[in-house]
Design a protein around this ligand. Structure first.
Ligand code: HEM
Length: 514
């Protein structure tokens, strides 16, 4: 008996010592060895700090940067949004190593190396490990799945985003926009001076929520909006915990935050199950022309491609996450740029009136809006909603001439790349839509320099949807109003998962017609 107890005690001591040893190796020796291996290849970077890596330094730089208010015409917003990358690129160059806690991250801002990572067709650079908060937002939706599972999902979802299907969505998009703009028109007409100041960032969030609820869920859009609001709260919880180092098992503890999160997740799931079940049981000849219907149809038709209920649910969550805020911020920033560039606002209005008249624009007319497209591309370059992307080396890789050990995260600082003078020329920090006159690939010294929708096989599946939506809304605003920036506006772009104006975007509208 005593012998057994002694043996058990010995085992506990051995396990304890070996865990402490592994932890020490992981937290000290490994970062040291990785640093040396990269230094030998000429890759510098900030020194590793025990346990917290570079996190505290980043947090402190970001706290300081948040105090900055920029001039309205200053588009070099890296000072405020990515101060750490700006500082480290100037100190260590295009490629450097930093640390997310004890995990190594290689920042790569050379466009050719970025292309090698994003356009890799063999899946050698999968998405890097996502924080659990993001995973619970998207589950196994298209943004996060990998390999053959990703290929199966993408095949099922692709038909929902073909141009002929998207064209059908122009009408619900325009109807949602019309109802918002009629409201603006009425308040402006009632104002004593016929002008009205409106905080548009919030309005566009509501509009794009309305549009994605209508276009994804058609007749079920009221339920769709319920999902949307719950997802939105989950997203806020996720954003608040992004720079926290995850403690294993913490997400299973019944803390107030976790309990709230579980409740919201249940609400999202139950509502989506109700919508999908309803369509399956309706016994109609088709599941509908909305994104959900087209996806369910494709899932049933393509033999061997069927997606389970849980997978369809995760794709619906993904549409909300990936397609709502991004598009609303694109429209918000385009309005900001047109408010401070009145000459471009005038040019765009002329183009819209010439191609669409005063009618509600249809997909074919929108297709002819060349200047509007150029302004949206320039907005995506200067204020693209996605400011960085990350991947990891799926195995030991050679990138450029640098050896990268398996599992090293590779960070792509989109915001910095979009402002590089070497890539975009001396006017990189200026608003110049004409750079896109001959198309995206000719706008910079590298054909893949615009990364707003990413490139390669994992590029944004919703990019045509987003551009169609933004063009519809912009054209309808230009038909109805002239607008300028309110003196109350404070230029303070901030990243909260996506790039947004920290204090909103107040704009003064004057209706063009009574
Ligand atoms: C201005 C609007 C948008 C921007 C700037 C944007 C940007 C991006 C970017 C940069 C990626 C690649 C992310 C990465 O690889 O890490 C991506 C992927 C994706 N986006 Fe978008 N997006 C927009 C709108 C939309 C819309 C409207 C939808 C759907 C309704 C959508 C759905 C997706 C999906 C499903 C993926 C994952 C694709 C895959 O991995 O195969 N996005 N988006």
């Amino acid at each position: 008996m005593e012998y057994d107890l002694g043996l058990a005690l010995c085992a506990v001591v051995v396990v304890f010592i070996s865990s402490v040893w592994s932890a020490l190796v992981y937290l000290t020796w490994r970062p040291y060895a990785i640093t040396i291996a990269f230094r030998k290849q000429g890759v510098g970077g900030p020194a590793y700090k025990f346990w917290s890596g570079s996190n505290e330094e980043i947090k402190s730089m970001q706290r300081e940067a948040m105090q900055l208010v920029l001039d309205n015409h200053c588009h070099d917003i890296t000072l405020r949004v990515q101060p750490q990358y700006r500082k480290w690129i100037s100190e260590y160059g295009d490629v450097f190593l930093f640390w997310f806690g004890p995990k190594p991250r290689l920042l790569v801002s050379d466009p050719e190396m970025v292309k090698q990572v994003l356009a890799n067709k063999f899946g050698f650079y999968p998405k890097s490990d996502v924080p659990s908060a993001i995973f619970s937002l998207l589950g196994k939706g298209l943004v996060l799945v990998e390999g053959s599972e990703w290929a199966r999902h993408r095949r099922v979802i692709n038909p929902a985003f073909t141009m002929d299907k998207l064209k059908l969505l122009t009408r619900p998009m325009a109807e949602c926009a019309k109802s918002m703009l009629e409201g603006w028109h009425d308040v402006a007409m009632q104002a004593a001076d016929g002008r009205e100041e409106i905080e548009v960032a919030k309005q566009f969030q509501e509009l794009t929520a309305d549009i994605i609820s209508h276009t994804a869920f058609g007749s079920n859009y009221v339920d769709g909006k319920e999902v949307f609001f719950a997802q939105k709260q989950l997203q806020m919880l996720a954003a608040a915990s992004l720079l926290d180092i995850e403690i294993p098992g913490h997400r299973y503890l019944p803390t107030d935050r976790n309990i709230n999160k579980w409740k919201l997740e249940r609400r999202v799931k139950n509502t989506l199950v109700r919508i999908i079940q309803g369509r399956l049981e309706a016994n109609n000849s088709s599941f509908g022309n909305d994104l959900l219907g087209v996806m369910m149809e494709a899932s049933q038709k393509q033999r061997g491609q069927i997606m389970s209920m849980d997978e369809i649910i995760d794709e619906c969550k993904t549409f909300f996450f990936a397609g709502h805020e991004t598009t609303s911020h694109l429209i918000t920033w385009a309005m900001f740029l047109l408010s401070i560039n009145q000459d471009w606002q005038e040019r765009l209005r002329e183009e819209v009136l010439q191609e669409c008249g005063v009618q509600t624009p249809n997909a074919d007319a929108l297709n002819h809006l060349k200047l509007v497209t150029m302004v949206l591309l320039e907005t995506l370059r200067l204020y693209g909603p996605v400011v960085q992307m990350s991947r990891k080396a799926g195995k030991d890789m050679i990138l450029g001439n640098i050896s990268i050990p398996k599992d090293t995260a590779v960070m792509i600082p989109v915001l910095m790349i979009h402002r590089s003078k070497e890539i975009w020329g001396e006017d990189a920090n200026e608003f110049n839509p004409l750079r896109f006159e001959n198309g995206i690939s000719k706008a910079a010294s590298h054909p893949n320099a615009l990364l707003a929708f990413s490139i390669g096989p994992r590029a944004c599946i919703g990019q045509n949807f987003a551009m169609l939506e933004a063009k519809t809304v912009m054209a309808m605003i230009l038909q109805r109003f002239s607008f300028s920036l309110s003196p109350k506006y404070v230029h303070a772009p901030v990243e909260s998962l996506t790039l947004q104006p920290q204090y909103g975007l107040p704009i003064v509208f004057t209706p063009l017609h009574a």
